[in-house]
Write a protein that binds this ligand. Structure first.
Ligand code: ADP
Ligand code: GN1
Ligand code: MG
Length: 376
């Protein structure tokens, strides 16, 4: 969100509802998320300056913010204990929800906007692009670790914040509906992209079918494992804190593996316009595979590991049809910052899917090499 478009008064009023010492010195839009409105807030008190993240939750997408916050509080409380047991620092290694003056985890204003505040994790940086295989290895370890730490979390207590979030067949139906309705009158402009999406229908249910057959386990997963949902420690380069917990729900480990590859192992940005710059970087694919396996600490089944390439391909394809579907609906879901932004994003995803198809055997060999080291 640009400086001029943000409601500073609304944000300031919301901040006043939270139990924070001192007075607001600065508020400004922050980060590059596609969903929530995020602000950095600086408070000044007798002890000096302290920073916070203020977010207006996207209420159109997350229909029930109070239940969503129940998930976030439940998961962060649980992680806090696990981090303490491991001798870590829970103020920096997980999100910390700041309560309102009434002790609640969110504040609903008179216009029905829902706000929340987290401690700002100091000394970290957020990467929009992988800078070295080492970073991506660390990112893989952080997401693997995240799932491992939540392995015993009572999954039944988690609310489904967006139903069928990574159910690719259901996403395909949504895409078909958007195409048939053609609400923004754009379908005629994107025939090759539509053709690409429809021609891969046969494969879309591979993972959900394995889940139904009991061949893949349901776990507690993050479901939005973009690189910019990890905070890296500036001093050590270590992936320190997994953020953006809105979609933590029961899911497949492959969703988290695949979504990370889709974003981080691409040679170009998610919205790159020059498609010649978009490929799957196999070195990065390998680095993430190794890191994820390491973080998981031997807990993944053989079948799960074997399906890594399919996870990568389906999550990339799924994101592509979501971007294209949103383009057809007139850009109602993802934030867009320029004309055809969602279309550009869909094109990079499809280019990446096509490149994964070309590099399929190499992806399989890489996974097999590392799997063999773990489960024979
Ligand atoms: P969205 O759902 O819109 O992606 P995120 O929760 O991922 O929102 O936040 C957007 C960005 O704000 C992140 O990518 C990160 O740069 C920054 N951010 C969020 N929470 C924190 C935090 N607790 N400390 C430091 N930076 C944060
Ligand atoms: C959104 O919130 P953010 O920007 O981390 C989206 C993801 C997509 C991603 C594509 C709740 O993630 O599912 O993969 O954009 N989050 C939601 O960049 O829909
Ligand atoms: Mg995010």
């Amino acid at each position: 969100m640009s400086e001029e478009h943000f409601d500073r008064t609304g944000a300031k009023k919301a901040l006043e509802q939270f139990a924070i010492d001192g007075s607001v010195k600065e508020i400004r839009p922050y980060g590059n998320g596609h969903i929530n409105d995020t602000f950095l807030a600086v408070f000044q008190s007798g002890d000096g300056e302290k920073r916070y993240i203020l977010q207006r939750m996207n209420h159109n997408i997350f229909k029930n913010p109070p239940l969503l916050m129940e998930n976030v509080v439940g998961v962060t409380d649980y992680l806090r204990k696990a981090i303490l047991t491991q001798g870590g620092d829970p103020d920096r290694e997980t999100l910390n929800v700041v309560r309102t003056l009434e002790g609640k985890s969110y504040y609903e204003d008179q216009g029905h906007s829902f706000w929340r505040v987290f401690l700002y994790v100091e000394g970290t940086l957020c990467l929009e692009k992988v800078e070295s295989p080492k970073d991506f290895y660390n990112g893989g370890a952080a997401f693997g670790d995240f799932q491992r730490m939540l392995a015993e979390y009572p999954a039944g207590e988690l609310h489904e914040t967006i139903p069928n979030f990574h159910n690719t067949p259901s996403r395909f139906q949504d895409f078909r509906r958007a195409l048939e309705a053609d609400r923004a009158g754009r379908a005629a402009l994107v025939r090759p992209e539509i053709e690409f999406a429809l021609s891969r229908e046969e494969e879309i249910s591979v993972l959900t079918d394995l889940l139904k057959k009991g061949e893949l386990p349901l776990r507690v997963t993050h479901n939005d494992t973009k690189l910019n949902n990890i905070l890296f420690d500036r001093a050590t380069g270590r992936a320190l804190c997994v953020i953006d917990l809105d979609t933590v729900m029961p899911g497949l480990s492959l969703y988290d593996f695949g979504d990370s590859i889709r974003f981080g192992a691409s040679t170009g940005a998610e919205d790159e316009r020059d498609l010649s710059r978009i490929e799957l970087d196999l070195e990065l694919f390998e680095a993430f595979t190794e890191g994820f396996l390491k973080g998981y600490g031997g807990k993944l089944t053989r079948r799960e590991i074997e399906m890594f390439p399919m996870g990568a391909k389906l999550m990339t394809y799924e994101c592509g049809i979501r971007f294209l579907g949103d383009f057809l609906e007139g850009d109602v879901y993802f934030k867009v910052h320029r004309e055809n932004h969602n279309l550009d994003r869909a094109r990079t995803q499809f280019k990446l899917v096509a490149d994964m198809e070309k590099k399929w055997d190499q992806m399989v060999s890489i996974v097999e090499k590392h799997r063999a080291g773990i489960c024979g």
